[in-house]
Design a protein around this ligand. Structure first.
Ligand SMILES: [Zn+2]
Length: 301
């Protein structure tokens, strides 16, 4: 574990998270439809190499390979009973690559269904599934929990509560995926605006809040979104992890084209509007993060 508390360091200087995991797994041969978490056990050297590439790129925080790794999400692959094993292994791999001066974010993604009454998942089932995943991530050495790519603030709040019931002191970071409406507002897929998306997890005890990913946002959009998040979050630090620009479709695949320099310039602008934690989402690579982490370090005050 990193002996320096993450929140203490964020109050001292801005920090850089890592970039996309999924695209790196696909580049190493993960097939679409295959569950990426299995690689934490079946191909740990590949997962570890991806973590090390981000660490060597200057990332202060590494994110575990456990997106959508709750038993509710794993059930679609017939892997519900392996939730604890796969998440613990995910945290151990990130921990080994982070070293004692890096931090590990235990990644908790959406459960993949909607809460009742829109969907069929009950709050109790969701809380139990998140708690199991989070306990395994903490057992494997995670320093903080990242509840990410949220659309529904109710699901995010259950994530915060599950983390707090696993460890009263663990910092919880919550990020939502936003899209831009025709009128220029930012809302999640569930229709939640930036203000409510920040307020509800903060009220539940989240230590850092913000945005990751998003639907067809430009780099300019992320800066505009960041201003609203910082205003809504008040004294709570804000994290933004943009995609590598807005996506394009090529041969039926979604690709992201922003160059590392463009991402670094965006990182500097995000810092200048008050963001304290920067990272990358879809399409970002160790090359992008190397440029972004340099921008974060040079922008540190
Ligand atoms: Zn993304």
């Amino acid at each position: 574990m990193n002996p320096i508390p993450l929140l203490q360091e964020i109050s001292r200087r801005p920090l850089c998270c890592d970039g996309a995991m999924g695209t790196q797994l696909f580049a190493r041969g993960l097939s679409s439809g295959e569950c990426g978490l299995v690689w934490n056990v079946s191909r740990p050297d590949d997962v570890g190499a991806i973590h090390r590439a981000y660490r060597e790129a200057g990332c202060d925080l590494l994110t575990t390979n456990s997106f959508s790794g709750s038993r509710l999400a794993l059930a679609r692959h017939g892997l519900a009973e392996r939730a604890a094993e796969l998440n613990r292994a995910a945290a151990q791999l990130a921990r080994a690559a982070a070293g004692d001066d890096g931090w590990v974010l235990g990644d908790v993604g959406p459960c993949g269904d909607f809460l009742e009454p829109v969907g069929e998942v009950t709050q109790d089932d969701l809380r139990a599934a998140f708690r199991e995943q989070i306990a395994a991530l903490l057992a494997g050495g995670a320093d903080a929990i990242l509840v990410e790519t949220m659309s529904d603030p109710a699901e995010a709040v259950v994530g915060v509560e599950a983390a707090k019931s696993s460890s009263a002191t663990v910092p919880v970071i919550v990020t939502f995926a936003f899209q831009k409406t025709a009128s220029g507002e930012f809302r999640t897929m569930m229709g939640t605006d930036a203000g409510e998306a920040m307020r509800r997890p903060i009220a539940a005890g989240a230590s850092v809040v913000g945005a990751n990913c998003g639907t067809e946002l430009s780099l300019e959009d992320y800066v505009e979104l960041a201003k609203r998040l910082v205003a809504a979050a008040g004294k709570t630090p804000v994290i933004v992890q943009p995609n590598a620009g807005s996506p394009h479709s090529e041969n039926g695949r979604t690709v992201y084209h922003a160059a590392p320099e463009a991402m670094a310039a965006t990182a500097s602008r995000l810092l200048s509007v008050g963001v304290r934690l920067i990272g990358g989402c879809c399409g970002t690579t160790p090359e992008h993060l190397a440029a972004m982490s340099r921008a974060v370090r040079s922008g540190a005050v």
